[in-house]
Ligand binder design. Structure first.
Ligand SMILES: Cc1cc2nc3c(=O)[nH]c(=O)nc-3n(C[C@H](O)[C@H](O)[C@H](O)COP(=O)(O)OP(=O)(O)OC[C@H]3O[C@@H](n4cnc5c(N)ncnc54)[C@H](O)[C@@H]3O)c2cc1C
Length: 486
C-alpha cells in the first residue's frame, strides 16, 4: 500500500497542482498537510510581525477553503502549528507514508526548510519529491540556464517570448482516496498565531477573501462578468477602486490561483472577446513576476542585503522617526500619505502607489530601503518574497538592472495619476474640502484660496517633513559616491 502526503505551502489550490496529481497517480491513498510555521509568525528586525494580521487572516481563509475542497474530493488537509521538519517526519511514522510531494521554493529560508526536511526524511526512508510550479514559464522551458538569466528584464522577456511556451494548466482531480482513519485537526485562530484581530477598512479596493474559489471568482469577474481586461493597459496605473487592475496578486502570492490558469483565461478571452495591448500587458506583468523569482534563484540572499544585488555601499539613513511618519502616512505629502494610509488600513496598495512611496522613502528621505521592505512584508496582503524584495531593490536603485539614480517627482506623479485629487481626498478626509489638484500641495495654498473651505493647515494637515528638491539632490550625491567607490 502506497501512502502519500502532499505538503501545501504557497500553493493553496487543487487546480494546476502537479504534486497533487502525481501523488494521486502514484499512490493508493493521499492526504494534504499544511503547517503554520512559527518562524513565519515572529517579529521582523524592525519589530513588525513577519506576517501581519491582514495576510494571516487571508491565509487562514485560504487554508480553510483548501481543506473543504480536499474533503469534497474524499481526502482532507491536516493542519498543524509547527515546523514542517518536525511535523512531517512524525506524520510519516504515524500514517505509514512512503512519499511526500510538494512545490519547490527558491528563497533561502524556504529552501532551508526543504533541505532539513529532506535529510530527516531520508533517515525514515521517505522520498521527498519537489516540483516547480509557481511561475508562468516552467524553469525547464527557459531558453537559458539559471546562471545565465539575463540581468535586464527586457532581455529576459524577449528571449522567453521568442523561445519558450507556457505549459498547459493541469486539471483538478476528480476524487482522492484518503488514508484512513484521517487524523482530526483544526485551524489555529489569529490569537493562537500571536496576532490581533483586524477588520478591513470599508474603503478597501476589494473585500479580499482568501481561498481558491474566491481567487477563481475574481478572474471570472474581472475578465468575463465585468469585461475589464480589454482596457487593463490604460487603467492599470490608477489608484482608486476595484477595477483599474486585476487584484489577482493576493491569490497569486499564496497560490490560490496559478499564473497558468490566468494565462489560459487570457488566451480564451483573446480568442472570444478581443486581443489587444491590454491582454498582452497582463501576461507582460506576469513575466515580471516570474523574473523576480528567477533573479532570486540566480543571485540568492544578496538581494536582502542593504547594498542589494549591486552590492552598493550606500550610506542609508536609519532615522526611525522619519520612517514612522512615512509608515503611518504623515509625511505632509498627500499622495504619499494617502497611499500609506491605504496600506495601513487595508493591506493593499496599487502598483503606482508602491513605486511612489518606495521612491519617496529611498530618494527623498534617504532611508534604508530594508525598513520599507520590512513594513511591506508585514502589512501586504499579497506579500511575496520575490516580488517584494525584487521590486524594493529596483526602487532603491540597487537591483540587477539598476540604471543610476532614478526618482519619482512626487508632485508630478500626483498631477499625472491623481489629476483631480480624488484618490487623495478619499484616503485623507481632512483634505476633503480642498477642490481639484491643489489638494496635492495644501502647504502652498494661500489664505484667499482657503476661504470657505473650513480648512486650517495647522489643524488639519501635517507640514512636509522634507524639501523635495533639496533631498533628491543630497541623496543623488550619496548614491553617486557609492557608485564611484564600487
Ligand atoms: C516596492 C514594491 C513592492 C512590491 N511588493 C509586492 C509583493 O510583495 N507581492 C506582489 O505580488 N507584488 C508586489 N509588487 C508588485 C505590484 O505592485 C503588485 O503585484 C500589484 O500592485 C498587485 O496588484 P494587481 O494584482 O491588481 O496587479 P495587476 O496590475 O493587475 O498585475 C497582474 C499581476 O501581475 C503581477 N505584477 C504586476 N506588477 C508587478 C511587479 N512590478 N512585480 C512583480 N509582479 C507584478 C502580479 O502578480 C499581479 O497580480 C510590489 C511593487 C513594488 C513597487
Amino acid at each position: 500500500m502506497q501512502n502519500a502526503l502532499v505538503w501545501f505551502r504557497n500553493d493553496l489550490r487543487i487546480h494546476d497542482h502537479e504534486p497533487l496529481i502525481k501523488a494521486i497517480k502514484v499512490s493508493d491513498n493521499v492526504l494534504g498537510v499544511y503547517c503554520f510555521d512559527p518562524r513565519d509568525y515572529v517579529l521582523l528586525p524592525t519589530g513588525f510581525p513577519k506576517t501581519g494580521s491582514f495576510r494571516a487572516k487571508f491565509i487562514l481563509e485560504c487554508v480553510a477553503e483548501l481543506k473543504k475542497n480536499l474533503q469534497q474530493l474524499g481526502s482532507d488537509l491536516l493542519v498543524y502549528v509547527g515546523k514542517p521538519e518536525d511535523i512531517l517526519p512524525q506524520l510519516c511514522v504515524d500514517l505509514s507514508i512512503n512519499e511526500i510531494y510538494y512545490h519547490r521554493e527558491v528563497a533561502p529560508e524556504e529552501k532551508h526548510v526543504e533541505d532539513v526536511l529532506e535529510n530527516t526524511l531520508f533517515k525514515h526512508n521517505v522520498i521527498l519529491s519537489g516540483f516547480w510550479g509557481h511561475t508562468l514559464f516552467h524553469i525547464e522551458d527557459l531558453p537559458f540556464p539559471v546562471k545565465r538569466i539575463p540581468e535586464l528584464f527586457t532581455d529576459f522577456r524577449k528571449s522567453i517570448e521568442r523561445e519558450s511556451k507556457v505549459r498547459d494548466c493541469i486539471l483538478p482531480p476528480l476524487s482522492i482516496s484518503a488514508i484512513i482513519p484521517i487524523p482530526s485537526t483544526q485551524l489555529p485562530s489569529l490569537q493562537q498565531l500571536g496576532l490581533k484581530e483586524v477588520t478591513l477598512d470599508n474603503r478597501s479596493v476589494l473585500d479580499f477573501k482568501g481561498g481558491e474559489n474566491e481567487g477563481l471568482a475574481r478572474i471570472e469577474d474581472y475578465l468575463w462578468t465585468k469585461n475589464l481586461l480589454k482596457n487593463y493597459k490604460e487603467t492599470r496605473n490608477e489608484m482608486l477602486g476595484a477595477n483599474y487592475s486585476t487584484k489577482f496578486s493576493a491569490w497569486l502570492a499564496i497560490g490560490c490561483i496559478s499564473p497558468r490558469k490566468i494565462y489560459e483565461e487570457v488566451i480564451r478571452y483573446e480568442n472570444t472577446q478581443v486581443k489587444n495591448d491590454s491582454t498582452y500587458w497582463l501576461i507582460f506583468e506576469l513575466m515580471w513576476r516570474d523574473y523576480f523569482r528567477f533573479i532570486m534563484l540566480k543571485h540568492g540572499s544578496i538581494i536582502f542585503k542593504p547594498g542589494g544585488i549591486q552590492n552598493l555601499n550606500i550610506k542609508w539613513k536609519n532615522n526611525l522617526d522619519l520612517f514612522e511618519l512615512w509608515r503611518i502616512g504623515k509625511t505632509g505629502f498627500p499622495l504619499v500619505d494617502a497611499n500609506m494610509q491605504e496600506l495601513l488600513l487595508t493591506g493593499y496598495m496599487s502598483n503606482r502607489g508602491r513605486q511612489i512611496v518606495a521612491s519617496f522613502l529611498t530618494k527623498n528621505l534617504g532611508l534604508n530601503w530594508q525598513l520599507g521592505a520590512n513594513w511591506f512584508q508585514s502589512q501586504l496582503i499579497d506579500y511575496d518574497v520575490y516580488s517584494n524584495y525584487g521590486n524594493w531593490n529596483y526602487a532603491a536603485g540597487i537591483g540587477n538592472d539598476a540604471r543610476g539614480f532614478r526618482y519619482f517627482n512626487i508632485i508630478k506623479q500626483a498631477i499625472q495619476y491623481d489629476n483631480n485629487g480624488d484618490y487623495v481626498r478619499y484616503w485623507l478626509p481632512s483634505l476633503a474640502n480642498i477642490n481639484g489638484v491643489s489638494v496635492h500641495q495644501p502647504y502652498t495654498l494661500k489664505f484667499g484660496e482657503l476661504l470657505n473651505t473650513n480648512f486650517d493647515l495647522t489643524r488639519d494637515y501635517w507640514q512636509p517633513i522634507v524639501d523635495l528638491e533639496k533631498s533628491v539632490k543630497e541623496n543623488e550625491r550619496i548614491f553617486n559616491s557609492a557608485l564611484k567607490s564600487k
